[in-house]
Design a protein around this ligand. Structure first.
Ligand SMILES: *[C@@H]1O[C@H](CO)[C@@H](O)[C@H](O)[C@H]1NC(C)=O
Ligand SMILES: *[C@@H]1O[C@H](CO)[C@@H](O)[C@H](O)[C@H]1NC(C)=O
Ligand SMILES: *[C@@H]1O[C@H](CO)[C@@H](O)[C@H](O)[C@H]1NC(C)=O
Ligand SMILES: *[C@@H]1O[C@H](CO)[C@@H](O)[C@H](O)[C@H]1NC(C)=O
Ligand SMILES: *[C@@H]1O[C@H](CO)[C@@H](O)[C@H](O)[C@H]1NC(C)=O
Ligand SMILES: *[C@@H]1O[C@H](CO)[C@@H](O)[C@H](O)[C@H]1NC(C)=O
Ligand SMILES: *[C@@H]1O[C@H](CO)[C@@H](O)[C@H](O)[C@H]1NC(C)=O
Ligand SMILES: *[C@@H]1O[C@H](CO)[C@@H](O)[C@H](O)[C@H]1NC(C)=O
Ligand SMILES: *[C@@H]1O[C@H](CO)[C@@H](O)[C@H](O)[C@H]1NC(C)=O
Ligand SMILES: *[C@@H]1O[C@H](CO)[C@@H](O)[C@H](O)[C@H]1NC(C)=O
Ligand SMILES: *[C@@H]1O[C@H](CO)[C@@H](O)[C@H](O)[C@H]1NC(C)=O
Ligand SMILES: *[C@@H]1O[C@H](CO)[C@@H](O)[C@H](O)[C@H]1NC(C)=O
Length: 830
């Protein structure tokens, strides 16, 4: 036994080892780490030197180990402090591993280090102040860990530090003004930490070598110190996502080297300063979501900008024509201001415009014909303005377009034929204009078209057969036009179709046979047309249908008994020529309005011609049923869902480089990006649904899903949108709690809900509130939520949770540009 032990011991630590001292230190480090993927498999202690080992670099002349780079090697365990005994080591990167200890004061023994990169690990505890005693240290990157407490005040003593990155930790102290003493500093990145609210130390104005200051989502308050504008080498200033107030200092025009200014999502007010034409290096300017007023300065627009984002402010006046002269402009987002006048007619002529969104302003005049002159326009969003005239022919040739949103304008004339058939088009939204003419047969080319919204126009002619080839079509809403002819038989091939609304037209003929092929159809509205013939029995086999309105037509014959198979939230067959018996399960008070105006029906079975009153019940039923379906689905898919999201977040984190001149908030951490990400995963993921802790922790878990789910509950119970100007600075969650406290429950719940079910509604509201607790720890698990919902309304436990039950009555159109809320219908889609 003893012999065996000695034998094993001698194997693992050969007495004959010729490994040099640096190698022995590295070997000891290896022994402290768990290496599940054998990343260190070629670290062989029988070697004479470690110079050929994975990640190790030796000095060619002396043979000493000088660098160790084990980035992304899946190593786990404590920080191997023995590394600090390697005398010539100047560079350590253990970035993207699972170092899970805290850092100790001993790290200062690494006296020769110039570069420490421990980003993206699981390091906890405080930052050792002794780091500042490493005399040659130039790069220190501890981003994306769980470090907490203060940034040590002694960090002001760094002698040579050029880069300090502490992004995405749990640092919760104040920001030491002593950092202003590190005169060698070029990059200072402190973003995404839950610092104690404090102003930007004006001492930072002394960092005269600073090139990047990244300070977003860091609980900054107060105004932007004008001292900062002394940073004449600064290229990138990112102060987004704080609570900065006051005006933008007029001295900002002294930032002679500035390339990018990100001030979005603060409470800045006043006007943009004069003299911005001095910022000749400026390419990206984003002051969105503030309280800025005045006009957009011509001096800003004359710069060769790449991106100008000023949305959600109080800007007024017109858009300077000079903006069209930038040879670089690819992004222009000015929505939700009070801008007026026409858009410059040559906008897009020389700029490679990809995204333009000027929605929710008072722009008027024609849609500029050159928007897509460079052929790269992908998103054209002009909704809620007063644009008039025709849709320019040139847009019909713009094959790069993916999203076109022109609703609520005064556009007229017919739509260019080719416009209907753009090959990459995903969303075409033309509703609420005065457009006329026909839907072109060219629409067959729109292979990717998913949402086609053309209601409230003057379109005529028949709906072309070619519409049946749009295999990706999910929504087709064309109500209130003057369409004639029949419903094309080809439409039953639209296997993705969830919503079809052709109401208020002059469509005639029969409802096509084979309609049962529309497996995903959830809402069918053909009301107020001239349809005749019988209601096809096959409608009763549409598995997802929950909204059926065929009222105001000339339908005749008996109501098919098969309709009883449907789980309908709305059934309206009124004002037709139907006859015979009403199917027994509809012969009750809940369907009081569904059959009126069919003289052949009324009076037949007793109890049918009911008094009109209690139709509210239906909505209650609907809500409860919906909640169960949703809870069930979230419960079932929760794990997968979480995994997908988490993986994507990891991906985002990795693809993220600080020194690149991309806009930081587009690299991954703004709510907007999270919104997009979540939408891609078909997750409840719109602005207003996101748990508050995302803003600074960037961490996704079940608790944040619960939050989103809670918002949906609140939305259903209150009948309100998750974000709305009415809440002021609040969102729905905060609005509900404060209104509940101040005014009581009656002011919170949706007035169209029937108070007979007050008790259930109250319980439901409680569930919503506990799910949206601001502290994640107070939120229940999904399992618990499902249980609570069952307890809240015992009568409505749904037996059949249908995966494709799309609940479109609560689909809100994307109202405010990209932050609209696509709620249940998108959650439940596949
Ligand atoms: C060492 O020499 C190799 C090849 O001769 C060279 O590629 C490498 O850059 C040198 N490394 C250092 C640190 O000088
Ligand atoms: C750190 O990781 C090691 C190796 O996986 C593990 O044994 C240890 O328990 C972890 N420590 C902490 C505090 O998580
Ligand atoms: C640290 O490593 C990551 C890669 O894991 C890299 O993106 C980052 O730029 C490095 N930090 C510094 C200061 O070089
Ligand atoms: C760090 O240096 C101090 C003083 O030189 C020494 O006492 C300590 O043991 C060293 N720590 C490590 C982990 O080598
Ligand atoms: C890091 O912090 C997050 C958020 O507080 C927490 O969920 C996670 O468990 C922490 N991880 C470690 C390794 O401490
Ligand atoms: C910072 O966080 C730590 C650990 O969570 C906590 O103990 C401490 O009280 C916090 N400090 C402040 C100022 O909030
Ligand atoms: C900055 O350095 C100066 C002189 O080196 C010193 O007097 C001052 O206290 C330091 N400031 C801070 C805030 O540490
Ligand atoms: C900031 O600027 C003001 C006036 O511009 C000056 O009085 C003050 O000393 C400066 N503060 C620092 C810390 O540089
Ligand atoms: C913006 O200004 C208005 C009126 O001055 C004020 O009511 C509102 O609270 C401000 N909003 C923000 C986010 O500062
Ligand atoms: C703006 O630029 C002009 C011309 O280069 C220069 O004369 C002027 O001093 C600058 N203004 C400021 C405030 O820097
Ligand atoms: C927007 O401008 C119009 C006139 O152009 C003015 O009547 C209106 O009050 C402004 N609205 C806001 C919110 O500033
Ligand atoms: C179709 O539209 C989706 C959503 O915009 C997009 O992701 C996809 O790339 C498009 N496909 C094609 C072929 O254009």
């Amino acid at each position: 036994m003893l012999l065996l032990f000695v034998f094993l011991f001698s194997l693992s630590s050969p007495l004959t080892s010729s490994l040099n001292q640096d190698g022995l230190f590295l070997w000891q480090a290896k022994l402290q780490l768990s290496d599940p993927t054998n990343a260190l498999s070629n670290w062989n202690e029988r070697d004479a030197t470690p110079c050929a080992w994975h990640g190790v670099v030796c000095d060619n002349a002396t043979g000493n180990v000088i660098q160790l780079d084990l980035t992304n090697s899946q190593l786990e365990g404590p920080f191997p402090i023995t590394l600090c005994r390697i005398p010539s080591l100047t560079y350590i990167s253990l970035s993207e591993n699972s170092i899970n200890s805290s850092l100790t004061a001993d790290i200062a023994n690494c006296t020769n280090l110039q570069h420490i990169n421990l980003s993206s690990n699981l390091i906890v505890g405080l930052i050792p102040e002794t780091l500042s005693q490493i005399p040659a240290l130039r790069y220190l990157d501890l981003s994306f860990n769980n470090l907490s407490g203060d940034i040590p005040a002694r960090f002001g003593e760094f002698q040579k530090l050029e880069t300090l990155m502490l992004v995405g930790n749990l640092l919760n102290g104040t920001i030491p003004s002593s950092l202003g003493n590190i005169s060698t500093l070029k990059v200072l990145s402190l973003a995404y930490n839950p610092f104690t609210s404090s102003p930007i130390p004006c001492e930072f104005g002394s960092l005269v070598n600073l090139e990047e200051l990244w300070f977003s989502y860091s609980n900054l308050i107060g105004s932007i110190p004008s001292n900062l504008t002394r940073l004449t080498k600064l290229k990138n200033l990112d102060l987004s996502g704080n609570k900065l107030s006051g005006s933008i200092p007029s001295s900002i025009i002294e930032l002679a080297s500035i390339v990018q200014i990100e001030l979005f999502d603060n409470s800045l007010s006043g006007e943009l300063p004069a003299g911005m034409s001095n910022l000749t290096a400026l390419r990206r300017f984003d002051a969105s979501t503030n309280n800025l007023t005045g006009s957009i300065p011509d001096e800003l627009c004359s710069l060769p900008l790449e991106s100008l984002n000023l949305f959600e402010n109080g800007f007024e006046g017109s858009l300077p024509a000079s903006i069209a002269r930038s040879p670089n402009l690819y992004e222009l987002k000015l929505f939700s201001n009070n801008l007026s006048g026409p858009l410059p007619s040559d906008l897009g002529k020389i700029s490679p415009l990809q995204y333009i969104d000027v929605s929710y302003n008072q722009f008027y005049g024609e849609v500029p014909a050159n928007l897509c002159a460079r052929g790269v326009l992908e998103e054209l969003v002009l909704i809620y303005n007063s644009f008039s005239g025709i849709i320019p022919d040139s847009l019909g040739k713009c094959r790069s377009l993916r999203r076109i949103r022109l609703r609520n304008n005064k556009l007229s004339g017919s739509v260019p034929d080719t416009f209907w058939g753009l090959p990459h088009l995903y969303l075409l939204e033309l509703l609420d204009n005065s457009l006329s003419g026909q839907i072109s047969t060219a629409i067959s080319g729109a292979n990717n078209l998913s949402v086609l919204l053309i209601s409230n126009n003057h379109f005529t002619g028949s709906i072309p057969d070619e519409i049946g080839s749009l295999t990706n079509l999910v929504e087709f809403v064309a109500l209130h036009n003057s369409f004639t002819g029949g419903i094309p038989a080809s439409m039953v091939k639209l296997s993705q179709l969830g919503k079809l609304d052709l109401s208020d037209n002059q469509i005639s003929g029969k409802i096509p046979g084979g309609i049962q092929a529309l497996k995903k159809l959830n809402e069918l509205n053909l009301a107020n047309n001239k349809l005749d013939g019988e209601i096809p029995r096959e409608i009763g086999s549409l598995p997802a249908l929950n909204y059926l309105d065929l009222s105001g037509n000339r339908l005749s014959g008996e109501i098919p008994l098969e309709l009883e198979n449907l789980k309908l939230n709305l059934l309206n067959l009124s004002n037709n020529h139907l006859s015979g018996n009403i199917p027994p399960s509809f012969a009750n008070q809940n369907y009081i309005d569904s059959f009126e105006g069919n003289p052949g029906l009324c009076g037949d079975p007793s109890g049918l011609c009911l008094s009109y009153s209690e139709s509210k019940n239906r909505r209650n039923l609907w809500i409860f049923r919906s909640m169960f379906m949703l809870a069930g689905i979230v419960f079932m898919v929760g794990v997968v869902w979480f995994y997908c999201k988490y993986r994507n977040f990891k991906k985002m984190k990795k693809g993220f480089t600080i020194s690149k001149w991309k806009s930081f908030h587009k690299l991954g951490f703004s709510e907007y990006e999270i919104v997009k990400l979540l939408n891609e995963d078909n997750v409840i993921g719109s602005y207003g649904y996101i748990a508050p802790e995302y803003a600074y922790t960037l961490r996704v878990n079940e608790k944040s899903d619960i939050y989103s789910f809670g918002v949906v509950i609140l939305e259903l119970v209150t009948g309100r949108l998750p974000v709305d100007a009415e809440y002021g600075e609040k969102d729905l969650v905060k609005w509900v709690s404060s209104t509940l406290n101040q005014k009581g429950i009656e002011h919170v719940i949706d007035p169209t809900l029937d108070t007979i079910h007050m008790e259930e509604i109250r319980k439901m509201l409680d569930v919503g509130l506990v799910c949206t607790s601001s502290l994640p720890i107070n939120r229940p698990s999904m399992r618990r939520v499902v249980k609570m919902l069952h307890e809240a309304s015992p009568g409505f436990q749904s037996k059949s949770i249908k995966k494709d039950g799309i609940l479109s009555p609560y689909y809100h159109n994307e109202e405010a540009s990209d932050q609209g809320s696509l709620v249940l219908s998108y959650v439940l889609k596949d």
